[in-house]
Design a protein around this ligand. Sequence first.
Ligand code: SAM
Length: 309
Amino acid sequence: MRPPWLLGRAASTAHVGPLSSMSMRFEIVTIFPEFFKSIFEHGILRRALAENLIAVGVHDLRAFTHDRHRTVDDRPFGGGEGMVLKPEPLAEALAALGIEPRTERQQIEVSALAPEGSRTRVILLSAQGLPFTQTVARELAALDRVVLLCGRYEGVDERINQLYCDQELSIGDYVLSGGELAAAVVVDAVMRLIPGVLGNEASGDFESFGVADSEIATDAEGVPRSQHGAGGLLDYPHYTRPAEFAGLCAPEVLLNGDHQQIRRWRREQQLRKTLANRPDLIERANLSLDDRRVLESIRKEAAQRDRNG
Ligand code: SAM
């Protein structure tokens, strides 16, 4: 039986027009719709779908072909290795989703004729794209609909990018065999940031790359807590029971129940880890005066260690 998220041609045309303001919708266009089968059946993603906090449509590109072989690719002009995804099936798939070419969509948005719930971004997954980061994930989480085009082979005919796509996104500096894994990464990272998806509204803020304390509402209300907003840093290390494992003890400070001390310790760990693994993030992080003092002493400590050999 066809799973509910696997949409063919008829079903794709069914949700053209205003979309529900309740849930955010992802549309994935792919030649391997079955690839997504298990991805939506586990954990937070499954719960978000079941609770209608998000909706996902997976569209089989071959449903938008007209020949007996359901051809989606052709040889590259100019020669060279591999095949290229043809533009016509992709354009048809987008039309079935009610997606106009980019310039027409932009005109509608500028003229304020855009119906409510229609903030859409069309994204081409591509190794040549802009880096997909938590900041981009936050931007996407504020939209009504995100359309993800999965390339295969050598990629997608560039005219689809030129005509329809608002953005090319890359999930990292490596080449995958298809855009499906990248699309799954984008859906997963974005949906966690949609209000109500994570158990605790603010928990996304306390993770790696999360926002700063000043942007977290609970701070203003003075609610005591043992975490800092990440402010663009990496997360701190986590421990659970047993308190001693393989001769290693969980840090004492985490066991004493003093929120302020725990908070200070965790912040220092965030700074240490970010400095060690991702020093580039420190430059852009939202750091307090205290953070800068702690960083300074971590750096001095490291310099001292180097001197001692
Ligand atoms: N010729 C392309 C290049 O050198 O950039 C690589 C094509 S790749 C084999 C096939 C498809 O995988 C791409 O069209 C894209 O959709 C997807 N893909 C590969 N690497 C990716 C990445 N780092 N991020 C997002 N999508 C990627």
